[in-house]
Structures are given as structure tokens and as C-alpha cells.
Design a protein around this ligand. Structure first.
Ligand code: AMP
Ligand code: ZN
Length: 467
């Protein structure tokens, strides 16, 4: 299988460190808000990669962190902790906030058929490990104390910028905005491994450490969680393109300083989902969620299909029109798949021929749109019968996870809500609103929308309609 590797900037043959096994690490969400559909694009394409590894027979272990200890927009004192801001905004404790949005994230993933990683590790559960690694970096001369914080000294590594030969001021589009001025830093790119009280007086989560009471920087989190769960050699590290710098650059610097040898071989980055107005981003506030799409009558599978139609290394523009086109195409495709009758017996040679085309598409740097084309090719094939077609589509869906043959099953599962159940949920939503728990109110609305029930708020109360 061939994959583009951001680190070498080449398409390479994928060869895992240990034959037959793949260790895979994914930067998980910062849980201070709902994931937007751009974040979900990244997780969705990573899901296809993971499933394709499994499909071709690898034994995969995938690990994801949950960033629940703050996530600074920068290391300078002007930086704001997004978790803390979110907790204040929603009158929750930081841990309540993290739990709420972690659950919401996995609920979205479930709807999108994104498999849960084998290990999901919240950063708050690993602080001892961070301290151990930071101490070791300090011992090895890669870290220094300044102004109460512990910094990683980027001048001590042979090559800091491993992804691009860029001039510092000339970062690629989509790459996280620059590095900030911080008087404590010896070098411009140095970054914080451990903050002490010098950062925020009101920091909610703090731990004792050899450097004083404080909390870890963001980058150390991923390196430690990956190494702890996947060992010294990592095969694939994934994330959105904005993670390349500084996050992944810093992860590499500190992990390789700690290990004393190369760490991760393949870097898989998904380009952004943009709107006509630019990049979709969590911190800017204006973003679309999966629940919003569902409220508009769309299904999670339509969004999955929309994403699969584009290559992960192209940025994807979301507009109502192009999403609507994809959604229509999905519904048609699914009804054609469901209409297949299981004629004849499965023809092995025919099955192998189309399966090969499917693998060829995904072997070529995960060409998902070509893989979807293979589904169309199977549907219109003249040389195989219904039973073979159904078997192929079911087989492809182990990777595509588009539920192409699943509708009947799903309908039975869902059953549909009774009027009394809907009224009960409307009452719960009203109670949530009264308690100013708007996130919960929104969640209830979205849950109803997912079942085809649309609410209308009127001065006299809330009414509902079934679609
Ligand atoms: P965050 O929760 O902000 O750490 O982001 C979670 C994941 O989504 C990271 O891998 C980001 O790189 C990725 N991401 C952020 N914005 C976008 C976007 N507009 N399109 C695709 N992926 C994104
Ligand atoms: Zn990370």
C-alpha cells in the first residue's frame, strides 16, 4: 500500500515496524465544544485509513488522546486556556465540560460509523507520565526552567523543522499560526513542557511536580500517550494539517530527544474542510456541527459520503449546494444497492476482480473517491449477478462504512418515537433551557431531529412535526 508521508513529502510504500502490525496514533479532540464537521472530516478519513489497514489484514492498535487539560492558543502569557473559557461559559467544572464534550464527540463518531480507537486516553489520567518524561528531558539537557515554566530547548535537537524547509515567517496555508513572543524562551520555537502558577492564577486543574504546582503543556501530552501505549516505534501518526506546526513538529522534537532514535515513520495529515468564508474553526465560533446537518434533515451517512468523494489531501469546500448534491447521490446509490436481489451464487472470480479494483484505489494513497466509483462499477457490472454484487458491496462497506445495505435493519432498530416519548423529551428540553443548560437543550433537539422529529418553538410552547 502506498501512502503520502508528510515527513518526507513523498508517496511511499507502507512498511510497518513490525510485520503484520500497525501502531497508529491520532490527536484527539480538545473537549471544550462540539466537534465541527471539519474536525469530523479528519477523524472520518483517519477511520478509513484504519479500516483499510485492517481490511488488508494488519493487526492495528490505535490510540487517541483526549485533550482535557487546557489547550493554550499560545505559550505567551496572553494565551487563554480554552477549557477554562468553556467551563466559565457553560457554568461547569472543567471535568464536567470535558466529559460532556467527550461524550458528544463519540456520539457524533458513532453516527458517522467512525470506529472508537482501541485506547482512548484523557490527558488528565497521564500526568505522572508527563512528569516522568519531562524530568528525563531535563536530565538529558533538552529542557530548562525559566519564569516558573519548563521549556523544551529546540536548539538542542539536530533538526527542528522536519516537515518543511520553510522560512519561519512563511508557513504554509492551513498551518497553525506562528509562534508567539515569550520573554522566557531562549529560542523562538521553544515551547512549554510544564506550566506553573505563573500562567493562570485561576487554572482549574493543577498537579504537584518537581517544578512546583502546575500543569503540562499540550504537546507533551500526545508524545507521552503515544509512547506509553504504542512503544518506542510508531508506524502512523495522524491529524489535521494544522497540527503539522507547531504541534507535530514539537512532538517529534521531544519524543526523539527522549528516545534517542527516530520515532514515527509515517505522518498522515488531512487537509481542511473550508467554507466559502475560509477555514472552519472551533475557536472562531462560526461552525457547523453534525447535529445542525441532522436538524436540516440530513443524515450522518450523507456527510460521510460527501467526505469520501474527495481525496484527503485536497482541501474540501463545504457549501449547501455541493453537500446537497452528494447527499442526493448517496440516497440514490443506497437505494440502488438495496434494490439488488441476491441472484445466483457468489462468483469467486468476479468477486476477486472487483475487489482488486477496490484495493488498487485505496492502495494508491487512499483514493476514496475511486473506491466509491468501484461501488458504482459493481452496481452496473454485466459480468456478475446480484449475489456477487451484494457480497462485494458488503465487503467494501467494511472500509467505506456507508451502511449501503443496512436500511431495513436500522429502521427496525429505531422503531420510531411515540408521541408520549416526544412530549417527554420536549419537557426535558424545556427544563434544560430553564436551567440555562443550552448545550443539553440543543442535544435533545438534535436527538429528536435524528429521529425525524422537528421542533418549532412558539410563544405558546413547543410543537413538533414528523418528517
Ligand atoms: P481540535 O479539537 O481543535 O484539536 O481539532 C481536532 C482535529 O481536527 C485536529 O486533528 C485538527 O487538525 C482537525 N481540524 C481542525 N480544523 C479542521 C478543519 N477545518 N477541517 C479538517 N480538520 C480540522
Ligand atoms: Zn497531538
Amino acid at each position: 500500500m502506498k501512502l503520502y508521508n508528510t515527513r518526507t513529502r513523498q508517496i511511499e510504500e507502507f512498511i510497518p515496524h513490525e510485520a503484520g502490525k500497525v501502531s497508529m496514533y491520532t490527536c484527539g479532540p480538545t473537549v471544550y465544544n462540539f466537534a465541527h464537521i471539519g474536525n469530523l472530516r479528519t477523524y472520518l478519513m483517519e477511520d478509513v485509513l484504519e479500516k483499510y489497514f485492517r481490511y488488508v489484514g494488519y493487526d492495528v492498535k490505535r490510540v487517541m488522546n483526549i485533550t482535557d487539560i487546557g489547550h493554550l492558543s499560545d505559550d505567551a502569557d496572553s494565551g487563554e486556556d480554552k477549557m477554562l473559557l468553556g467551563a466559565k461559559r457553560e457554568h461547569k467544572s472543567v471535568l464536567e465540560l470535558a466529559k460532556f464534550y467527550t461524550d458528544a464527540f463519540f456520539a457524533d463518531c458513532k453516527k458517522l460509523n467512525i470506529k472508537r480507537p482501541d485506547v482512548v486516553q484523557p490527558a488528565t489520567g497521564c500526568v505522572e507520565e508527563f512528569i516522568r518524561v519531562i524530568r528525563d528531558l531535563e536530565k538529558k539537557g533538552f529542557a530548562y526552567k525559566a519564569g516558573g515554566n519548563v521549556y523544551f530547548d529546540t536548539s538542542k535537537v539536530k533538526q527542528y523543522h522536519v516537515f518543511f524547509n520553510f522560512k519561519e515567517d512563511d508557513l504554509e496555508e492551513g498551518v497553525r499560526e506562528g509562534v508567539d513572543k515569550d520573554e522566557n524562551k531562549r529560542n523562538k520555537n521553544d515551547f512549554v513542557l510544564w506550566f506553573t502558577k505563573s500562567k493562570f492564577e485561576d487554572q482549574a486543574l493543577k498537579w504537584d511536580s518537581p517544578w512546583g504546582v502546575g500543569y503540562p503543556g499540550w504537546h507533551i501530552e500526545c508524545s507521552c500517550i503515544a509512547m506509553k501505549n504504542l512503544g518506542e516505534y510508531l508506524d502512523v501518526h495522524c491529524g489535521g494539517i494544522d497540527n503539522v506546526f507547531p504541534h507535530h513538529t514539537n512532538e517529534i522534537a521531544q519524543s526523539e530527544a527522549y528516545l534517542g532514535h527516530p520515532w514515527c515513520r509515517y505522518w498522515f495529515h488531512v487537509l481542511h474542510l473550508n467554507t466559502a468564508g475560509g477555514k472552519m474553526s472551533k475557536s472562531s465560533g462560526g461552525f457547523l456541527t453534525l447535529s445542525k446537518l441532522e436538524e436540516e434533515g440530513h443524515s450522518a451517512m450523507e456527510y460521510r459520503f460527501f467526505c469520501l468523494l474527495s481525496h484527503y489531501r485536497n482541501s474540501l469546500v463545504y457549501s449547501e449546494d455541493n453537500f446537497e448534491n452528494a447527499a442526493n447521490a448517496y440516497r440514490k446509490l443506497k437505494s440502488r444497492a438495496l434494490a439488488l436481489t441476491a441472484d445466483g451464487a457468489v462468483d469467486e472470480a468476479g468477486f476477486a476482480k472487483y475487489k482488486q479494483q477496490f484495493c488498487d484505489a485505496l492502495d494508491a494513497d487512499l483514493n476514496t473517491s475511486l473506491a466509491v466509483t468501484c461501488v458504482y462499477d459493481v452496481l452496473k457490472a454485466k459480468d456478475i449477478e446480484g449475489a456477487t454484487k451484494r457480497a462485494l458491496i458488503a465487503d467494501f462497506d467494511r472500509v467505506l462504512s456507508l451502511d449501503l445495505l443496512k436500511e431495513e435493519e436500522k429502521k427496525q432498530d429505531e422503531g420510531g418515537l411515540t408521541d408520549a416519548q416526544i412530549e417527554e423529551m420536549i419537557a426535558a428540553r424545556l427544563a434544560a433551557k430553564k436551567a440555562k443548560n443550552y448545550a443539553e437543550a440543543d442535544r435533545i433537539r438534535a436527538e429528536l431531529a435524528a429521529q425525524g422529529v422537528v421542533l418549532t418553538d412558539t410563544p405558546a410552547g413547543t410543537t413538533f412535526a414528523r418528517k
